[in-house]
Every structure is written in structure tokens, then in C-alpha cells.
Write a protein that binds this ligand. Structure first.
Ligand code: SAH
Length: 242
């Protein structure tokens, strides 16, 4: 083959490659399952989360579908992301840690306060019998309800309203998870926690919050600090913070 033929072949190859790329070709997209497996291994298991159910749910739920399109390529990274309305979806590790401490076995009725994107609710939906989740910002609650319905999480119910007061119609709850931070633990939520139930909640002023695990045994509530955290504040319907 002379040099001219080689150049022509190289050009043709280049053109073919360019047109394939322009047309979207058959070039495979990112392997999202693999990205989730890496996320679970490097961010979650390595930091000590061991519960098999939690790890399986985190490998399964497509976090990227719960974040705005412009952030989808960062969905499996080790940090929180904006979801609009000044709110954020938590870092994957925090979602896993909070899920693990609830010790779900599939039989539970769970209450979540702070639906946000709906991602944590989907993870809970994989692991519990029923999930009731409340969001105070209407557009967020509506968007989360839509994506959860599209993904067939029929065991997850979303309600727009002030989660400080809980959801008494469905109480008591075997587990409660709060993903916005009040300065004090809301009494209605403690009341709505079932005997033997577990509640995980970030508590404290901005800049000085701790994740707390509450357990209710023989009607008595025990509190245990887990780690310092940073969550958005729990707000009232008028926008002031609790
Ligand atoms: N669990 C969410 C993260 C939510 S961020 C996820 O997986 O994406 C916390 C959310 O709590 C925000 O969307 C915020 O609007 C909501 N929130 C704040 N105060 C609230 C209240 N009193 N009742 C219900 N939701 C509240």
C-alpha cells in the first residue's frame, strides 16, 4: 500500500469516526450500574456502612434520575447536589448511613420528613413496606411524587405540608427519618414513633448540627449522637425556621 492509500484510508476512517460521533453513533454511554457500584464501594462501604440491604438499595436506585439534568453527570459523586428551590439532595454516604441505622427488615411503616428530590424515599421504598414522605416546598413535593410514580414506587406516598407535625393519620411509624434540621426534636414526631421504633434526625443550629438516633423502648426515649452533619433547616409554612 502506498502512502496515498494510507492517507485516504486514514481520512475515511476519520470521517467515519466523526460522523458516528456527530450522529451519536453506537458509542456506549457511561455504565451507570458500574458507577453506582463504585460509589457504593468507595464512598459507602469503605466508610463502614455494612448493612447488605442498604448497600443493595444504593446500588439499585438510579440517583441520577432524581437530580436536575445539568447535574446528572455528577450524580454518583461524593457530595450533595442542588435540586432547586435552594434545597439539596444529600451526599450518598449520608443517605446510606441514615438508612442503615433504621435497621429495616421490610415489614416497616416509615415516615420521612423532607422529601426533596425523592431519592431517599426511593431507597426506603426498596427496604420497607410503606413509606410516607412529607415535603414543605410544593414544587419539590410534586416533582418527587411524579418521578416516584414513574419508577413504580407504589409503596411511597408523598404529601405536601409541614413535617414538624408529622402525619398523624398513618401513625404510629416503626421508623422516622428527618432530612432537614430543626433546633429541637419535634414532639409530634416522638409521639408518632411506635414502641420499639427508631428515629434518625439532624438536630441543631446551622453550623452546629448532630445526627441523632432516637429509640423508644417501654415508652422511654433514648438519644445517641452519631456524627456532626450539615443539613438545610426545617422550616415552617411562613418560611421561618424551627
Ligand atoms: N431527602 C431528600 C433531601 C432533602 S433536603 C432527598 O433525598 O433528596 C431537605 C428537604 O426538607 C428540603 O426539600 C426542604 O424543603 C424540606 N423541608 C424543610 N422543612 C420542612 C418541613 N417543615 N416539613 C417538610 N419538609 C421540609
Amino acid at each position: 500500500m502506498g502512502p496515498k492509500v494510507l492517507i485516504a484510508l486514514a481520512l475515511a476512517g476519520g470521517l467515519f469516526w466523526a460522523s458516528a460521533v456527530l450522529a451519536g453513533g453506537n458509542a456506549p454511554g457511561p455504565d451507570y450500574q458500574k458507577l453506582r457500584e463504585q460509589m457504593v464501594y468507595s464512598q459507602i462501604e469503605k466508610r463502614g456502612v455494612k448493612d447488605a440491604g442498604t448497600l443493595a438499595a444504593m446500588r439499585k436506585v438510579e440517583r441520577r434520575l432524581f437530580v436536575p439534568e445539568s447535574y446528572r453527570n455528577q450524580a454518583y459523586n461524593d457530595y450533595p447536589l442542588p435540586i432547586g428551590e435552594g434545597q439539596t439532595i444529600s451526599q450518598p454516604y449520608i443517605v446510606a448511613l441514615m438508612t442503615q441505622v433504621l435497621e429495616l427488615d421490610g415489614s416497616e411503616k416509615v415516615l420521612e420528613i423532607g422529601t426533596g428530590s425523592g431519592y431517599q424515599a426511593a431507597v426506603l421504598g426498596e427496604l420497607a413496606r410503606e413509606v410516607y414522605t412529607m415535603e414543605i416546598v410544593e414544587p419539590l413535593g410534586e416533582r418527587a411524587a411524579k418521578i416516584l410514580a414513574q419508577l413504580h414506587y407504589d409503596n411511597v406516598k408523598v404529601k405536601v405540608g409541614d413535617g414538624y407535625k408529622g402525619w398523624p393519620e398513618h401513625a404510629p411509624f416503626d421508623a422516622i427519618i428527618v432530612t432537614c434540621a430543626p433546633t429541637d426534636i419535634p414532639a409530634p414526631l416522638v409521639e408518632q414513633l411506635a414502641e420499639g421504633g427508631r428515629m434518625v434526625i439532624p438536630v441543631g443550629e446551622a453550623g452546629n448540627q448532630n445526627l441523632v438516633l432516637l429509640t423508644k423502648i417501654n415508652g422511654k426515649v433514648k438519644e445517641k449522637k452519631i456524627i456532626p452533619v450539615r443539613f438545610v433547616p426545617m422550616t415552617r409554612e411562613n418560611g421561618s425556621v424551627y
